[in-house]
Design a protein around this ligand. Sequence first.
Ligand SMILES: CC(C)(COP(=O)(O)OP(=O)(O)OC[C@H]1O[C@@H](n2cnc3c(N)ncnc32)[C@H](O)[C@@H]1OP(=O)(O)O)[C@@H](O)C(=O)NCCC(=O)NCCS
Length: 176
Amino acid sequence: MADDAKIETWTLDDGKKLTLRHITPGDAVIEQTFVRKLSAHSRYMRFHGIIKELNQKDLATFTNPDPLNAEALIILYKGDKDEEEEVGVARFVIDPDGNGCEFAVVVADEWQRRGLGMKLMKTLISHAQARGIKRIYGSVLKNNFGMLTFVKRLGFEETADPDDSSVMRVTKYLRH
Ligand SMILES: CC(C)(COP(=O)(O)OP(=O)(O)OC[C@H]1O[C@@H](n2cnc3c(N)ncnc32)[C@H](O)[C@@H]1OP(=O)(O)O)[C@@H](O)C(=O)NCCC(=O)NCCS
């Protein structure tokens, strides 16, 4: 799904320039570096478990989503360095029936509360909508108050997960 027409760039209040685009298999190194550099807290909130890095299978899947049933967007920052750095990522995987998709999002700790999560999710939601998907949903740990506030602002509804009392199911119904 990575095509140049879908690259977006913008500038934060402090002048830092960011780029949003689809992830590609060539992003494996920056994706793994991004996950390793997350705080233990952010990794736990994102993966609902204690991991230090992605295993090779997940890394391959995450950086090469099947365009028929998945999509992943990353935000990159270059600054003065030679290499671009990944500072946020959001993805969805479409259910086999094509009606719903499950999402996940995470932003680098030092970049949180600067609108990157909103940018990723609003773009991801608009792409899900364009594919005719009826609802986008995710599982959020009950103590992840930041994320619960964040998705509420995006118009998600919260319900209990009958299969897992440690999480809330959050769902946004997409209009067509
Ligand atoms: C949740 C997360 C993705 C939000 O991304 P972000 O880039 O920091 O969010 P934004 O800057 O776009 O925030 C938009 C709004 O969401 C709400 N929000 C975001 N983080 C919040 C927090 N920690 N506490 C309260 N409200 C929060 C606020 O209303 C915020 O607007 P404001 O900053 O003007 O008050 C990010 O904090 C993160 O990666 N957390 C760790 C991983 C995680 O929990 N992932 C979700 C797995 S289900």
